[in-house]
Write a protein that binds this ligand. Structure first.
Ligand code: PLP
Length: 375
């Protein structure tokens, strides 16, 4: 009885419609956080899910078995090894990470973005991002209370390198984020442009290669050339979004600093055990990626054949397309239980654009016929 009497009175603000907890939170939570809305993940139950760039293929049974065994042997009662040396060694050999570079693992690359943003958030510092691009660069800057300077792409989504170089000269950003290929536009930027950015940037330049397996191009082997470059990747788009494993490679002098802010046990024992086994069978993912790239071509051709549809080139496992009425089509697809990403309100350059994850041939066929039907 005394428990309930001494507990916070949940209904204290009932008369005003504001709970006691909300009033308390409003008095201590940062104003900029109170003004935020949470990252929205729509419920996908019963939907064909083509909104989050997940790999549509499951693992071969034998590999699932091997993962089950590896996971069964994990010491759940122990904290994970904070350096994950075996997993790091696997990643180094499978991904051919230069010997002179150091590696940091994250609970997804989202966590690495957050750690880098915090580490570079000196008073008055800013970060620079291309727009439109991956939202976490901006969100993490916001969380770290560091100013985010956005530089728009050209209307054809090519990099406006002069504008980027001018913004670098004006704002002196602590980090320049480059999604390579860019999410959500799907394109790669020319080497010469990125070299110019690397030469001009006063701080770190991060090449976010989340879609590397579909792109066939990488900056990883050139890490030793550039003391201010970090290459970041993730296993999420490869086909392992559920295990949450991202990694970043850079000169050890960068990684040493970032490691100080990384939560020491961020990559759990199940993920470490599963990833080690999965990386021993990396060819499975290469083959799936190959299939996805082939079906991507087919999906793009079929969408582009529809009247009034503009399909943009893609080096990733998604396709961006513009329609006469993007939001209307989004709604029509939802009515048909297909979930895609509506980018119409995301950035002025993306008016009427939707983004489709490349699915299996059967899923793509469902999507294409739903789009044709809706149009
Ligand atoms: C999906 C995505 C990520 C997210 O990676 P996680 O490892 O799942 O956190 C990072 N960068 C880009 C550009 C992405 O599209």
């Amino acid at each position: 009885m005394s428990d309930t009497q001494s507990a916070p009175r949940a209904s204290a603000g009932g008369a005003t419609g504001i709970s006691a907890a909300a009033a308390l939170a409003a008095s201590v939570v940062r104003d900029d956080v109170l003004a935020l809305s949470a990252y929205a993940v729509p419920s996908a139950a019963g939907f064909l899910k083509l909104d989050a760039m997940e790999n549509p293929y499951s693992l071969p049974d034998a590999l699932r078995e091997a993962v089950a065994q590896a996971v069964a042997g994990a010491a759940l009662n122990r904290y994970p090894d904070p350096r994950a040396p075996e997993l790091q060694a696997r990643l180094r050999s499978v991904m051919q990470i230069p010997a002179e570079s150091a590696l940091m693992l994250g609970n997804g690359s989202d966590e690495i973005i957050a750690v880098v943003s915090q580490a570079l958030a000196r008073p008055g510092a800013c970060v620079l991002g291309i727009e439109p691009s991956f939202v976490m660069y901006r969100m993490s800057a916001h969380a770290a209370q560091v100013r985010h300077v956005g530089v728009a792409l050209r209307p054809d989504f090519s990099l406006d390198t002069e504008a980027v170089l001018a913004a670098i000269a004006t704002h002196r950003p602590a980090v320049v984020w480059i999604s390579y290929p860019n999410n959500p536009t799907g394109n790669l930027f020319p080497d010469a442009d990125i070299e110019a950015i690397l030469a001009a940037a006063p701080g770190l330049v991060v090449l976010d290669e989340a879609y590397n397996i579909f792109a066939g191009r990488s900056w990883l082997s050139r890490l030793p050339e550039f003391p201010n470059m970090m290459v970041m990747r993730t296993l999420s788009k490869v086909g392992l979004a559920g295990i949450r494993l991202g990694y970043a490679a850079a000169h050890p002098d960068w990684i040493r600093e970032f490691d100080k802010l990384r939560p020491p046990y961020n990559v759990n024992v199940l993920t470490q055990a599963a990833a080690q086994t999965l990386l021993d069978h990396a060819s499975v993912f290469d083959e799936q990626a190959q299939r996805i790239c082939e079906t991507r071509r087919d999906l793009m051709t079929r969408l582009a054949a529809m009247p009034g549809v503009e399909v943009f080139p893609s080096n990733a496992n998604f396709v961006l397309a513009r329609f006469a009425d993007g939001p209307g089509l989004m709604k029509a697809l939802l009515d048909r239980h297909i979930l895609v990403k509506n980018l119409h309100a995301f950035h002025p350059l993306l008016v009427n654009c939707l983004r489709f994850t490349v699915g299996t041939p059967a899923e793509n066929a469902l999507l294409v016929s739903a789009v044709a039907d809706a149009l």
